[in-house]
Design a protein around this ligand. Structure first.
Ligand code: URA
Length: 447
């Protein structure tokens, strides 16, 4: 047994009784666990006690600090200007990073973006980027620094040096039913974001059936916790609460989403995607000191699409990461998927509800996501919706098309997708895409 300053059992007992832990106790646990001096069973007990009794904001900040310092903080001081990133808590059809990163970079704000892979029903930016033939997200830190210097933008995966404690804890949470804890999620997200070398952060905290947080109150609490941690670390942080009760845009699945993002960068993207993209991009441009207000940032974001600067930035960054720009310039050259199957409505009326979680899971089963960590994703698989909430459908009219290379998945997917929409004579309550902004001054309703 290594020489230990604290007794892990006493710390676990303290948390079990609901008493707050000191920064030193939390740091001891995280450091010792990362150094293999505390076994998984004790860490699991700590996680469950924290899950059940919660962690206050000082404890959440201490957890973030300990996880952040389990690895390096990337030094981007060779890049002038405020570095700003965006993080989404994840959703179905959420391709916003692919659109807003080139917009913001083309407006002069450096964007160091370290992204993750798909998790369960929700997709991941890395899998989307890798659907572009040749695109390499596994780069060294030196290359990371070189690319952001050259383009004001880099799109990479998490390296071993970034918050290694989070990597281990995340796997343990996954198998101990302790993922859905607000302070544990907040510590996990913020330790990785703070390690990137950012000066400010914009957060897209999603709620609803396609999100991690199913109800808006949990999403508010998560947003407040994330903002409070960011501010405690001296980084200006603004979060928005956005609605995941229908997929974002029409495309779900890796290449399908890249293709829709190209439309967005060319100025012909769906309204719901563009509304949130411009808000998040405008906020990043403002936090990066290139606009005097968020509204001015939003205008700059529109201009970057209209004058082609954002699309050019996207082409340049794809090329720099080794991606095939011919499919970016001509998406129709992308190889064809084996099966495209139209799915028709079983009734007629207006779509009033979409089971967004189910749609994410259907896309996963078609090949777009992983059932286990070892699975490969199929870049071509997914769903193209032709209608969204508020859209009218006739009986037997096609409302979606499935894309897959797995013939055996088709029947179940068609059945489940038909069941994932609800129809009525009219839509009583249209969805509001963005409901709140959370910043250091509190929570504000979004008009
Ligand atoms: N994303 C993360 O990075 N961590 C979590 O715990 C949940 C979502």
């Amino acid at each position: 047994m290594p020489n230990m300053k604290y007794n892990p059992v006493s710390i676990i007992r303290k948390k079990r009784e609901g008493d707050p832990l000191t920064k030193e106790e939390i740091q001891f646990l995280i450091q010792s666990y990362t150094a293999d001096q505390i076994p998984d069973y004790q860490m699991s007990a700590f996680l469950m006690a924290s899950f059940l009794n919660g962690l206050n904001s000082d404890e959440a900040a201490a957890l973030t600090y300990s996880m952040l310092h389990s690895g390096i903080i990337v030094d981007l001081s060779h890049i002038s200007g405020k570095k700003v990133d965006k993080h989404s808590t994840g959703g179905v059809g959420d391709k916003l990073s692919l659109i807003l990163a080139p917009i913001v970079a083309s407006c002069g704000v450096p964007v160091p973006m370290i992204s993750g892979r798909g998790l369960g029903h929700s997709g991941g930016t890395l899998d989307k980027l890798e659907s572009i033939p040749g695109f390499n997200v596994d780069i060294t830190l030196d290359r990371y620094k070189e690319i952001i210097k050259k383009h004001n933008l880099v799109l990479a995966g998490q390296t071993e040096e970034i918050a290694p404690a989070d990597k281990r804890l995340y796997s343990l949470r996954d198998v101990t039913a302790t993922v859905e804890s607000i302070p544990l999620i907040a510590g996990s997200i913020m330790s990785k974001k703070l390690a990137e070398g950012i000066d400010a952060l914009v957060l897209d905290v999603k709620f609803g059936s396609g999100a991690f947080m199913k109800n808006i109150d949990d999403a508010k609490e998560l947003a407040e916790t994330l903002v409070s941690i960011g501010e405690q670390f001296g980084k200006e942080t603004i979060a928005y609460l956005t609605n995941m009760n229908q997929p974002l845009g029409y495309a779900i699945g890796n290449w399908l989403e890249v293709k829709e993002s190209i439309d967005c960068l060319k100025g012909i993207g769906p309204d719901d995607v563009m509304e949130i993209t411009h808000l998040l991009a405008g906020t990043m441009i403002y936090l990066g000191n290139k606009a005097d207000s968020i509204d001015e940032g939003i205008e700059m974001s529109h201009d970057a699409i209209e004058n082609g600067a954002a699309f050019q930035k996207w082409v340049d960054i794809v090329e720099e990461h080794g991606g095939d720009v011919s499919v970016i310039k001509n998406p129709d050259q992308y190889p064809n998927v084996k099966f495209k199957v139209d799915v028709s409505s079983i009734g007629s009326g207006v779509i009033t509800k979409m089971d967004t979680y189910a749609m994410g899971m259907i896309s996963l089963e078609l090949g777009a996501g992983r059932r286990s960590k070892e699975d490969d994703v199929d870049p071509q698989a997914g769903i193209m919706l032709h209608k969204k909430i508020g859209g009218k459908v006739e009986r037997d009219e096609t409302f979606a098309t499935l894309y897959t290379n797995k013939e055996e998945s088709i029947d179940e997917a068609v059945k489940n997708l038909k069941a994932a929409i609800e129809l009525a004579d009219e839509l009583q309550n249209p969805l509001k895409s963005i409901t709140h902004r959370v910043d250091k001054d509190g929570i504000h309703e979004y008009q």
